[in-house]
Write a protein that binds this ligand. Sequence first.
Ligand SMILES: Cc1cc2nc3c(=O)[nH]c(=O)nc-3n(C[C@H](O)[C@H](O)[C@H](O)COP(=O)(O)OP(=O)(O)OC[C@H]3O[C@@H](n4cnc5c(N)ncnc54)[C@H](O)[C@@H]3O)c2cc1C
Length: 392
Amino acid sequence: MQSDVTIIGGGPVGLATALSLEALGLSVTVLERAPAAALAEAPFDGREIALTHHSVGVLKALGAWPHIPEVAISPLREARVETGRRNHPLTFDTRGRGVEALGYLVSNHLIRRALYAQATQRPGITIKAGTATQYVRNGRGDRTVIHDGGEETSRLVVAADGRFSQIRRMQRIGAIMHDFHRSMLVCRMAHESPHHHVATQWFDEGQTVALLPVNGGASSIVLTLPPDRIEALRLMERDAFNDQIMQRVGNRLGRMRLVSTRHVYPLRGVYAHRFATPGFVLVGDAAVGMHPITAHGFNLGLKGQETLAQEIGAAMEKGEEIGSLSVLRRFERRHRLATAPLFAATNGIATLYTRDERPFRELRRVGLQVADALSPFKRVVTDMLMDRQKTA
Ligand SMILES: Cc1cc2nc3c(=O)[nH]c(=O)nc-3n(C[C@H](O)[C@H](O)[C@H](O)COP(=O)(O)OP(=O)(O)OC[C@H]3O[C@@H](n4cnc5c(N)ncnc54)[C@H](O)[C@@H]3O)c2cc1C
């Protein structure tokens, strides 16, 4: 064995998993296709991740949080959901909860850099960057990962290679795939009027817009439209783009100016049929790739790797083999319970809110008004958004 665990994919969940498993005393090798420079100085990719309190706790426990510059952490004080024009919004805030924020927005590339910086300081973690995995060979009691720089044999292989995971497919694990036939354009825009750290999700007719408050007098714009219209916006000349966005957000933030690169993501939800086979396990988006509308993909990815580390830690104490199916199934059961209801609800919301026929518009309008009047419902959703469950 070259190491106890081989992780395929050095994205945010792969690196978090490496840190959690190394903390148990295991030796871990991470194979990442991108070169080291792209991990150390990961470039802006448009994603602003709304972290729950629990996720912040996990990143602190892993030692990654101090690597994130304080000025780059933006508290989320209120969340508003609107539908159509001039309808009653549904709002969530922290009143009576004794905390300053529902959660915290941090750019994805800064989370990636922080996890990488921390992983490179750990003696039990070896990162082989610029190394694409080709396939996994199943042996008796071990697994060999074949990559373009050679091979790694270990007791457990963890696939963290994203929602379109090649490795999942090669291990013959199927997945539910939901194509929303929409794409998302994300970028940062500076604006005249303050955002007061309020996030807005606006289900307008023909488009969905989210405005996420980041520091420096700017917001992240998240626009959902059919793919051809998104591509036209991505390529649009800057001044025309600024005008388009001001119009699309209903001129609510005054004059706006593009201050970042523009990024496009096709919207597809993915849920693997199985998360584990002997000596092999899926984590992060490779297991559950959520529609970003409920801002839970990475939060669930962090939770999943935490659950996996808990089950492996318990197995080590009992002298069980870390790659045995019974151990990995315990993780699978718990992670399914934590993700399946949210995956289904998110797909339902994303579908309901992209239909523009009259009954759907009315349902949305009445739904938000009723939901806003239901304090117990709002309390439950706010609890879920914040997730203040203590880290293990
Ligand atoms: C627009 C947008 C907004 C989002 N907002 C939120 C949010 O607010 N809150 C939230 O919780 N989540 C959010 N998410 C989801 C979040 O970004 C993902 O859940 C998270 O990035 C998943 O991380 P991962 O490590 O599993 O996968 P990835 O980030 O996809 O990383 C996979 C890694 O594997 C590597 N790789 C792939 N194949 C191979 C191979 N064969 N060999 C070696 N390496 C390989 C890739 O290079 C990559 O580095 C958002 C997503 C989008 C698109």
